[in-house]
Design a protein. Structure first.
Length: 255
């Protein structure tokens, strides 16, 4: 997983199709992509979503993509075993919110769709309504809280540097927790609301600093430290626990 803020090179990647690969009796979808900069066939398994991809440097090489993936079955199986098991946002589940595990329980009808409280000394997320609507309601609640918190922390750090972003986007990104464009557009993963506050603060400070320094030079890190972010602690937390945040309301890969 790319850490943060590193600009992507403009490489044309083309979806070339999908195939099914049989592994231990199950059919695993394999996405085929063309990338002219690739030097050879490469198979990848996304550590968060479990998406299996074969990248080919040319259409001619693409003809052998599935056979290549088949030759890497053992490697793919091992990587898939490491992908976090999904957690449905429903009554009975336990999910982190601002770094603290909350038990999802059914709430009284009419008070609010979703709210945070405490029951018997345990932090809980209460959700009302029909069971089939609960996962969407909880996900929407988490995304709203993420947007509100990310907007507030971005404003706080931006004021410190005397610079404002042109826009702030909150998405469900699989490879980056945050990014900054050359036009001062900031983008964040809503899943940061699941992490402790010091982690969210670090990501925001990191991207705000990029509005001044679009690099990872000593001057850039001086700005991040000036903003008061807990750099090493947050980086360690993301390295140890970041992938697990994708367990909750798993991201669906769509092209």
């Amino acid at each position: 997983m790319r850490l943060l803020g590193q600009p992507r090179k403009n490489v044309k990647r083309q979806l070339a199709g999908r195939e099914l690969l049989r592994i231990d009796g199950d059919f695993v979808p394999v996405t085929l992509r063309l990338n002219p900069r690739a030097r050879r066939l490469i198979v990848k398994v996304h550590p968060s979503t479990g998406e299996v991809t074969v990248v080919a440097p040319s259409r001619r090489a693409l003809e052998g993509a599935l056979a290549f993936a088949r030759s890497e079955t053992d490697w793919i199986r091992k990587r898939l075993a490491r992908v976090p098991k999904p957690v449905l946002l429903a009554v009975g589940a336990r999910v982190p919110f601002r770094g603290e595990v909350h038990h999802i329980v059914e709430g009284e009808k009419g008070r609010a769709p979703v709210w945070v409280d405490e029951e018997d000394g345990e932090p809980v997320i209460l959700v009302s309504g029909r069971p089939e609507h609960m996962p969407r309601r909880i996900a929407d609640f988490l995304k709203r809280e993420a947007r509100k918190t990310l907007d507030a922390r971005t404003a706080f750090y931006s004021d410190k540097l005397g610079i404002k972003p042109r826009r702030i986007t909150v998405r469900d990104t699989a490879s980056r927790w945050g990014s900054c464009s050359a036009q001062r557009g900031l983008s964040f993963s809503w899943r940061l609301i699941l992490a402790p506050d010091f982690v969210l603060d670090y990501v925001v400070a990191h991207e705000v600093a990029h509005m001044k320094e679009m690099n990872h030079s000593p001057r850039f890190w001086q700005l991040v430290n000036l903003l008061g972010a807990e750099v090493k602690r947050a980086q360690r937390w993301l390295a140890d626990h970041g992938t697990m945040l994708h367990r909750y309301a798993p991201r669906i890969v769509v092209d």
